[in-house]
Write a protein that binds this ligand. Structure first.
Ligand SMILES: NC(=O)c1ccc[n+]([C@@H]2O[C@H](COP(=O)([O-])OP(=O)(O)OC[C@H]3O[C@@H](n4cnc5c(N)ncnc54)[C@H](OP(=O)(O)O)[C@@H]3O)[C@@H](O)[C@H]2O)c1
Length: 492
């Protein structure tokens, strides 16, 4: 059975970094898998005055840079791309965009299906949505779907204003709010792990779990993104989206079915269940910091405030750690420790569930620890108590390890390919609904407000795993970070 989808895809920000690095290779993956075949066209739009020929060359380069080598397929794919120079703030341009889309719709026999991809600065999202409506770009036949990149708002108020603007044009079921973590295999694997294994299901509760930990560590600094990062910080850039998505998968109830509706129902409840802190409690339970200059791997790296584009007195957090709780009775009281930051020891996203210690035949035994590696490695570790070889009653810790093969990981579709494929198939499972986002922002806004009047900013050494306060956070109750990579060459 063919899984081909017909569509005209309009890419706002067609000359941008995201389109180049991720979206064109993702569309090529869909082309190779037959999802996009004969009946599709892509219109790239941005202000610079490119020709179709030049645009097609850009697309071919992007696909090649992503490691694809099938020249014939790349050439055939790029022929479906058209460019229109367009300033999204200028209403007149939507008229020409509409004409081009209608022409390509007919030429490729698409039947009115449209995908609008907002791959540009969020300040333009409302403007584009409003013009799509006022200039009547949406078709009356086929589907009209909107993909919208993160960040979705800066706080609850701005997210609501943005949502009001786009829902003036698109219905909730036509909106696909991207969080590319939801397209990651190992994030999705948490659901299978929890709900396809009766053994884990039986112990996923406050009686058995001591703590849950989520780490999203980046080794890089702010790089060229200071302009954006200065307005965001780690809390908005990572916690508000990726950390929260992983947290929902780890704490939500079992969905009634593997359908988008059923999964969103329990996810929304997981966000509703988040234990709300007062601002005072948020100050006690969340830690922020900025990286300071250090020598890492023999190289001096600048501190955050010394980076290009960063204010010398910046109060932007490059690291956040926190202790969160859920009011879901099944997990109430189980601390959920989260941390994320730039310039940490090593890049890794991983979650660990530590089970409670036991007492029995072998005396007091430490709890088992289950780790899911999300990126760059993909796999699982279960750390257990086991009998030492050659001895009768001596225990030692053993690691049951599973790593997906590197080749298999690199052959699997990238998150963006899976997500765009989901949109073409009309599957909203792996996208954020507004009610979920609204709850997340309400939670995050309390932390932002708690920090708003604090003009002090603790630091941590670049190449470390964050400030001491992030370790102290776990001391009550005898918790500690499971993942503690050591940097052998870290110097002052
Ligand atoms: N890059 C990433 O890895 C990444 C990752 C996750 C999320 N995102 C999100 O993806 C979105 C795009 O990011 P990006 O990194 O691709 O940004 P970018 O490289 O700055 O690209 C911005 C695009 O918008 C176009 N543009 C700017 N002003 C315009 C206007 N007035 N009218 C029409 N086009 C205009 C630019 O082209 P012209 O200058 O030619 O107009 C360019 O194509 C953002 O929401 C970002 O947060 C990016």
């Amino acid at each position: 059975m063919s899984n081909e989808v017909n569509a005209v895809i309009i890419m706002f920000g067609g000359s941008g970094d995201l389109a180049h690095r991720k979206l064109y290779p993702a569309l090529f993956g869909l082309f190779q898998h037959g999802v996009l075949k004969d009946h599709f066209a892509v219109i790239g739009t941005a202000r610079r005055p490119w020709s179709d020929d030049h645009y097609q060359e850009v697309v071919r380069d992007s696909v090649k840079e992503a490691g694809n080598t099938d020249q014939d397929a790349i050439a055939a794919f790029a022929k479906h791309f058209y460019y229109q120079s367009h300033d999204v703030t200028d209403a007149d341009h939507y008229v020409t965009l509409k004409q081009l889309a209608a022409k390509l719709d007919e030429q490729y026999e698409v039947g009115g299906n449209r995908l609008y991809y907002m791959a540009m600065a969020p300040k333009f999202f409302s403007t584009i949505a409003t013009h799509l409506k006022s200039e009547s770009l949406l078709t009356n036949t086929g589907f009209n779907r909107l993909i919208i990149e993160k960040p979705f708002g800066h706080d609850y108020e701005s997210a609501k204003a943005l949502n009001d603007a786009i829902t003036g044009t698109f219905k909730e079921e036509q909106i696909y709010r991207i969080d590319h973590y939801l397209g990651k295999d190992m994030a999705q694997a948490i659901l299978a792990l929890r709900f396809a294994n009766p053994w884990f299901k039986a112990v996923w509760d406050k009686d058995h779990i001591k703590d849950i930990q989520i780490t999203l560590a980046e080794a890089v600094g702010v790089e060229e993104r200071a302009g954006y990062y200065e307005t965001a910080g780690a809390l908005r850039d990572m916690v508000q989206n990726h950390v929260m998505q992983l947290l929902a998968y780890l704490t939500m109830d079992e969905p009634e079915a593997l359908t988008s509706e059923a999964i969103h129902a329990v996810k929304a409840k997981a966000f509703d269940d988040l234990h709300r802190y007062t601002e005072d409690e948020a100050r006690q339970n969340f830690v922020r910091a900025q990286y300071a200059s250090a020598t890492v791997d023999g190289k001096k790296v600048p501190g955050y405030r010394e980076e290009d584009g960063v204010a010398p007195d910046s109060l932007t957090d490059t690291f956040v750690a926190g202790k969160m709780l859920t009011d879901n009775p099944k997990l109430a009281g189980v601390p959920i420790f989260i941390r994320t930051g730039k310039r940490l020891t090593r890049k890794s996203t991983q979650v660990t569930v530590t089970f409670k210690d036991g007492d029995g035949l072998f005396g007091h035994t430490p709890g088992d620890q289950l780790t899911v590696y999300i990126e760059p490695n993909e796999g699982y570790t279960l750390e257990i108590n086991a009998k030492k070889l050659g001895e009768t009653a001596t225990l030692e810790r053993e690691w049951l390890n599973m790593r997906h093969d590197d080749q298999a990981v690199s052959d699997a579709p990238e998150a963006y390919e899976r997500l765009i494929g989901d949109v073409l198939a009309g599957d909203q499972t792996n996208f954020n609904h507004w009610n979920e986002l609204a709850q997340i922002w309400r939670y995050v806004d309390v932390i932002t407000r708690a920090w708003a009047n604090d003009k002090t900013m603790p630091t941590y050494k670049a190449g470390s795993m964050g400030p001491q306060a992030a370790f102290d956070l776990l001391k009550p109750g005898d918790h500690k970070w499971y993942w503690q990579p050591r940097h052998t060459q870290l110097a002052d």
